[in-house]
Ligand binder design. Structure first.
Ligand code: SF4
Length: 445
């Protein structure tokens, strides 16, 4: 009988993908379980991009202390960004932790477990290298259920935005060899995966540092050619690297989804400069305009930080104006928080917490209205939906997404075989963050 592993993942899709890979690596010996109390191995894959998830990690680790007392054979590991950032300090603070693996060491999980079993723990590995060092981890059929999958195409970041910890915990930007990416996507397609999301901290600078690598736009076209793959998505893009070539591929390649997540962060050029974002609002607007002209159906989403050090009321108003002008489908907005190692943590002109709260509230209000207006504009229209499964809120309904990444819940008098098909749905109403509709027909199965 296989042993049981429980993985708790915090943070972004990159972390989710790393967790999946750890499951693939462990699959000969371990099978995943949903309850930590059943596990022989618990892994916490951590995020340190913001303060809140980092604190959550600490309370999560503390929670497992008692479990370890009851089950002495239980192995407890911490991986990901907090593991990278804190290293040895984690085992000092939590002496019951057996394994700490940094962002480029998670693939050595089996080796680490072996050492712990031999009594050679705790194992702490946090080296960061400048070249692509992650071995190819073949996807495991049994663990690749569902319709979509993540594929990491690069790691790290060279941009050093002044608020961001990523370059310090994920290392320098390195692209994964294209043949490996294609092999992984082909394998996923052979398992029935229909949609892939290409992941990286800054995907549109893919291949820029490596000799002979395709550009990101070329890579997108190569992935789109793989038989069995119906949709290709990607995240995250840096506005400064959004090339005309890429805009054209998004607009013209039918398999590339008509959704772009393009983090703006702030609407004021003064703040953007202090953030070291390397573009102005005008540069950003120009690119967005080009994209909307070539691809009018494009849905944009973004990240916004409010209360960056030195952000005045006037600067903040520029952000609100930008939201009105660009009209994003959805935004992810956050209050600025100091992160270790970053330049901005040393900036002295911090915005008071209440002011940050107020600004976050204002952003939410403006965006809620815009999202509603956009979602309402779908009502009465027919949309193509890739069916992912049953709706979590109402299992009598199916759930899927449009190419523009909008969630659609719909009723259909059909059975499970609808899952994994592309269907036509007529939108009947708009909710806060999703649409409702009625099934019309299967377009592709
Ligand atoms: S582009 Fe900026 S915000 Fe994004 S990961 Fe790199 S440093 Fe962080």
């Amino acid at each position: 009988m296989k042993k049981k592993v429980y993985i708790k993942t915090f943070g972004c899709q990159m972390n989710e993908n790393d967790s999946e890979k750890m499951l693939w690596l462990l699959s000969e010996e371990y099978e995943p379980v949903k309850a930590p109390s059943e596990a022989d191995l618990i892994l916490i894959n951590t995020c340190s991009v913001r303060e809140k998830p980092e604190y959550k990690v600490h309370s999560e680790v503390g929670r497992f202390k008692h479990l370890k007392k009851r089950k002495p054979h239980l192995i407890l590991g911490i991986t990901g960004c907090v593991a990278q950032q804190k290293g040895e300090a984690l085992v000092k603070r939590f002496p019951f932790v057996d394994i700490v693996l940094g962002t480029q060491e998670f693939y050595r999980i089996k080796e680490a477990i072996k050492l712990v079993k031999k009594g050679k723990g705790p194992v702490v590995w946090t080296e960061l290298k400048d070249s692509f060092n992650l071995p190819f981890v073949p996807p495991v059929r049994k663990l690749c259920s569902g319709v979509k999958a993540y594929v990491t195409i690069m790691q790290g970041c060279d941009n050093f935005c002044t608020y961001c910890i990523v370059p310090y915990v994920r290392g320098r930007e390195v692209s994964r060899p294209p043949e490996e990416i294609l092999k992984e996507v082909e394998t996923l397609a052979s398992y029935g995966i229909k949609e892939v999301m290409l992941l990286g901290q800054n995907v549109n600078s893919y291949g820029k540092k490596e000799k002979g690598f395709p550009s990101f736009a070329e890579l997108l076209k190569m992935v789109a050619q793989i038989e069995g793959i119906w949709r290709v998505r990607f995240t995250t893009s840096h506005p400064k690297d959004l090339s005309d070539e890429l805009i054209e591929v998004i607009a013209k390649e039918p398999k590339v989804c008509k959704h772009l997540h393009l983090p703006l962060q702030a609407g004021s050029n003064r703040v953007l400069k202090r953030m070291n974002r390397k573009y102005t609002l005008e540069d950003y607007l120009q690119k967005v305009e080009k994209l909307k002209k070539l691809c009018p159906e494009i849905a944009l989403t973004t990240d916004i930080i409010v209360g960056f050090p030195g952000e005045t009321e006037k600067d903040f108003e520029e952000t609100l104006k930008a939201l009105e002008k660009i009209r994003y489908h959805e935004i992810f907005s956050f209050k600025y928080s100091d992160r270790p190692f970053t330049a901005a943590q040393k900036f002295e002109d911090k915005v008071p917490e209440e002011e940050k709260e107020k600004r976050l509230d204002a952003v939410h209000k403006v965006q809620e209205r815009i999202t509603q207006e956009i979602y309402q504009s779908y009502v009465g229209k027919e949309v193509e939906v890739l069916v992912e499964g049953r709706s979590k809120k109402d299992p009598s309904m199916f759930m899927g997404r449009t190419s523009t990444n909008v969630i659609v819940n719909f009723i259909a008098a059909l059975e499970e075989e609808l899952i994994g098909t592309l269907v036509k749905v007529r939108v009947t109403s708009a909710g806060k963050h999703s649409l409702k509709g009625e099934f019309e027909e299967v377009i592709k199965s």
